[in-house]
Design a protein around this ligand. Structure first.
Ligand code: SAH
Length: 601
């Protein structure tokens, strides 16, 4: 008789009573030497054969089981037998030999990892699902389960057997839709005496694994559940299901395909060399394959052909109006341009209007078919407006309620400390200023009085950084995390970093900016010192750098410069355009940080 026994994650007390009993009775124990805690073998009786399976083939393992018959063989597997244990290959061979077997479950390592963190994967309000997967190794992973595809759910995720491929994992998670600052955690040897827990972000998964020398026997945990309860997690990336699609679709992110030869010609004149011809024949790419490949990655899909075919193609992939790409259908004659998905936040409506113009330029008699009521009645569409301004809506589930107020002709109120501009239209918009501290980075759009409305975060703040020579990326990251937690800052709101030019080649700073995906602007001491205002200046800083304060001055300088750029593009020069510091100098471990926002968006 063979018993497949889950040995648990490592701790010798995390094996079941049944497992221990079998180890005590076993005549032969075959264990995976590199994964199993050898202390477990102390449960075995004297004289039992203990065999490390590391150098054995599957057939040799079965031969040992055969030799042991009618005695007891325990095949000791790490964690639980139900995950990545190759148990089915073994049972198939035992069946052939007519050797009977039984399975005894164990505590899987992903459960021990959660216990090490004292967290639950199914945290209400964050995620109610856990995806367990791995990156492909010698064992392939089906294409539909590629990390990019799974990442699009934005649920809690645990990756086994992937600690040696963190660079690839990071890239795919981001491509799939997790933002770089989604919380992540590497748990090495969960429940062993040398257990290691490394908190990081999706963007820093690879550098964190590298810094800590982790290549195996570790799990990668990804998702908002790692942030715990409360508002704190909002600080990072509140509406993170998949990547937030911006309101204006960039041309290079449009994927186009045509169902007919005539449509293919049209597609190629709109997107030269980049239109795919869908074909039913065996050798061509199928519509389903094409849609699956592009739906989660492209900013917009343009189908040329019948709208019915397009609807069927996208149906299986549609998720939410915040995360789905814009989808536009053009008939093969170029007469109608019809946005059918994500018209507002995804930018489908705007893309349709653009395509109409381009087709007209190409000599087609095109018109767009717009069916969204707010657009046709020239009413305000809050989601469209937010997306076109590059803002993030924190509570997209409330869009429909707000829009229905607007369609009923109600006035809306916009509360914000920013100066805002709105498209002209028939909705009455009342602007209210003077928000409390902590809310000064938000814009609130409210319909019926008693509700909170939409909370929208503009991406316009600059993070000013000062640092001692040689400060590491990690020190800056830790200071930054403490800074944003303490001040209630949404990291999404930050769109650039600013510092003083003598820090231009600080490697830690450059790496940190890279992790956040932000550009850094450097200003000279002279420029920073010429800035007038109320700063937390210090004589010491002035002696070292030539200006009284780096982080506050650099942050403010940057937002003022950008406000100036904007005005130059529009109405010449506006003296009042400027900005203000909303978080003053914060110092930690050789790093100083401050945050400034512009007056106007
Ligand atoms: N059946 C096992 C998984 C075996 S695959 C289970 O249920 O846990 C081996 C992989 O499991 C390793 O590459 C690692 O990703 C993970 N793993 C196993 N034990 C672990 C532990 N104690 N801590 C962290 N990861 C572990």
């Amino acid at each position: 008789m063979v018993y497949f026994v889950g040995a648990g994650p490592g701790d010798t007390e995390l094996i079941t009573l049944k497992g221990v009993k079998l180890l005590k009775e076993a005549d032969t124990v075959i264990y995976a030497g590199s994964l199993i805690n050898h202390e477990l073998l102390h449960y075995c009786r004297e004289g039992a054969r203990l065999i490390d399976s590391a150098h054995l083939s599957m057939e040799e393992i079965i031969d040992i089981c055969k030799e042991t018959e009618p005695g007891i063989t325990v095949r000791l597997q790490t964690g639980d037998t139900a995950l990545y244990s190759a148990i089915s290959e073994q049972t198939a061979l035992l069946d052939k030999e007519n050797i009977s077997y039984e399975t005894v479950p164990g505590v899987s390592s992903f459960l021990a990892a959660a216990a090490a963190l004292d967290i639950e994967y199914t945290l209400p309000g964050k995620s109610q699902s856990l995806i367990i997967s791995r990156i492909e190794g010698r064992t392939p992973v089906p294409e539909r389960e590629d990390i990019r595809v799974l990442a699009s759910h934005g649920s809690s995720m645990v990756l086994f057997l992937s600690a040696g491929h963190t660079r690839e994992v990071r890239d795919r998670l981001i491509e799939g839709g997790y933002s770089e600052d989604t919380p992540a955690c590497i748990v090495y040897h969960a429940s062993w005496p040398d257990e290691k827990v490394i908190h990081c972000r999706v963007g820093s998964l690879h550098s964190s694994a590298k810094e800590n020398g982790i290549t195996k026997t570790a799990l990668l945990l990804i998702g908002d559940f790692l942030e715990g309860e409360g508002d704190k997690s909002l600080l990072y990336d509140a509406s993170f299901t998949t990547g937030y699609r911006q309101g204006s679709v960039k041309r290079e992110t449009v994927a186009c395909c045509a169902f007919t030869d005539r449509g293919y010609e049209l597609g190629n004149s709109l997107y030269p060399g980049a239109c795919s011809r869908i074909s039913r024949r065996d050798n061509g790419i199928s519509l389903d394959e094409w849609t699956r490949e592009h739906f989660y990655e492209a900013g917009a899909l343009v189908f040329i052909g019948a709208v019915q075919i397009a609807v069927r193609a996208i149906a299986p992939y549609i998720q939410t109006k915040i995360t789905d790409p814009a989808v536009v259908v053009i008939d093969e004659s170029g007469q109608y341009v019809i946005p059918i998905l994500s018209g507002h936040v995804g930018g489908g409506g705007r893309l349709a209007l653009e395509l109409e113009e381009r087709l007209k330029d190409l000599g087609y008699n095109a018109s767009s078919v717009i069916t969204t009521a707010s657009d046709n009645r020239q009413l305000f569409a809050a989601d469209s407006w937010a997306a076109s301004m590059g803002m993030k809506i924190l509570n997209p589930e409330d869009i429909v309620r707000l829009q229905s107020d607007i369609l009923k002709g109600k006035e809306i109120r916009v509360g914000s400390d920013f100066e805002l501009t709105f498209p002209s239209g028939k909705t009455e918009i009342i602007c209210e200023r003077g928000y409390a501290k902590g809310q000064d980075m938000q814009v609130r759009v409210t319909g019926s009085g008693d509700r909170d409305g939409l909370i929208v975060i503009p991406r316009a703040a600059t993070l000013g950084i000062g640092l001692k020579r040689g400060t590491s990326c990690r020190q800056i990251r830790e200071a930054f995390e403490a800074f944003i937690n303490e001040n209630g800052i949404y990291s999404y709101a930050i769109n650039s970093i600013a510092s003083i030019d003598i820090k231009k080649d600080e490697e830690g700073l450059i790496e940190f900016a890279g992790e956040l995906g932000l550009k850094i602007e450097f200003y000279s001491a002279g420029e920073l010192d010429a800035l007038s205002g109320d700063f937390t200046d210090s004589d010491f800083v002035r002696k070292v750098t030539g200006t009284g304060n780096v982080c506050e001055r650099a942050a403010l300088m940057s937002v003022i410069r950008h406000a100036g750029d904007q005005d130059a593009d529009t109405d010449g020069h506006d003296e009042s355009a400027g900005g203000r510091i909303i978080c003053r100098k914060y110092a930690r471990d050789g790093v100083t940080l401050a945050l400034a926002i512009p007056q106007k968006l």
